[in-house]
Design a protein around this ligand. Sequence first.
Ligand code: AMP
Length: 416
Amino acid sequence: MKGTRDLLPAETGLWQRVEDEARRVFAAYNFREIRTPILEPTFLFARSVGADTDIVTKEMYTFEDRDNESLTLRPEATASVVRAYIEHGMFNQGGIQKLYYLGPMFRRERPQKGRYRQFYQIGAEVLGSDHPTIDAEFLEMLVLLLGRVGLTEYNLLLNSVGCPKCRAEYLKVLRQELERVKEKMCGDCQRRAGTNPLRVLDCKVEADQSIIEKLPRILEHLCPECRQHFDCVTGELQQRGIPYQITPRLVRGLDYYTRTTFEMTSNVLGAQNAFLGGGRYDGLAEILGGPPTPGFGVAIGEDRLLLAVQQAAGLSAGDALDVFVAWMGDAAHEPATQLLRALRREGLRVESNYEPAKLKKSLGVANRLGARFAVIIGEGELASGRFQLKDMTAGQQEEVEPARVAAVVKEKLQKG
Ligand code: AMP
């Protein structure tokens, strides 16, 4: 189906490793996993993402269920996480909740490289504090994760979209200016100039870009509290040695953001160069009927992160075969079975021939599977009680007692 794809074993190894690193880094910052349904009532997204956003007006997979309820395949998961937080009274647990998720999202966009209709996000959310240290520490966590997956070249774009108070003031100024210039802009911008002027800043139409560049900037209209918050975030980023670029147009395509917004982009990705985005959403819980609860989060576009990691030759799949056990003749079957079991119990990735086979054939299979080592068990080995361990890259061979094979292989693998 258009915009969807199968992820085959040649790719899934790397996906798993990236996800493992994400889980490890999230755990280090005390985040715990939340799993929410892929199907949600449509109003959840209309209310949170915003009724006049691209996602809600053009991109959602929405259908009527048999009992006439309108359902939507989630286009993003922050709304679901906040819904769950409210529904389960997680605010009653006191303190800060740190949650993460992984999974597919659905948007009916025009498919191209790095843009799919079913795509995957790895996301994390902090609920319950508006402290600027949360923002900075969160970005530090992302920097650590990117390092772990081998991505070092990227840009952190940063902005503040203020709070409802200062945004209202800014929107007045923006509307006035848009009245002057909107005639020259695209149809969507002309409409949004009246309905949701902030969204004009996300417009991707080429001809509008030079006009948008000259529009008033929200950073110059922040109230003193929002200004101070932003200055604290940038101050803490500097303390932590995390470079960033202030990007006044970065308002993100969803209505729920307040104060800090950010994106990370990579030059190796082409047109769809943002591989993650997020920010603060201090008003979202209230919009969804919960108690006032500040929040901060990220959604990492896993498909694009993977593309960037591959381009940068970062983390690799790590699913190469450790050992191929090549046995010959019926008498070798049982000792081979015992060895296979012992190696697998040690966590090694191991394969073997299921039927007696000639050595040459088995070594050919071992080569094709990319095995680092082969263990050879034939008549001679059975007689001597020592197996041959062959290094498939170096070509060297040595005799090893059956009970020591796992330890010797592990030692050699560690040496690399
Ligand atoms: P958003 O939820 O729109 O803030 O997007 C967060 C991240 O998800 C983006 O930076 C992209 O990396 C990724 N993303 C969004 N839409 C798509 C899509 N249609 N296909 C692939 N990745 C996407």
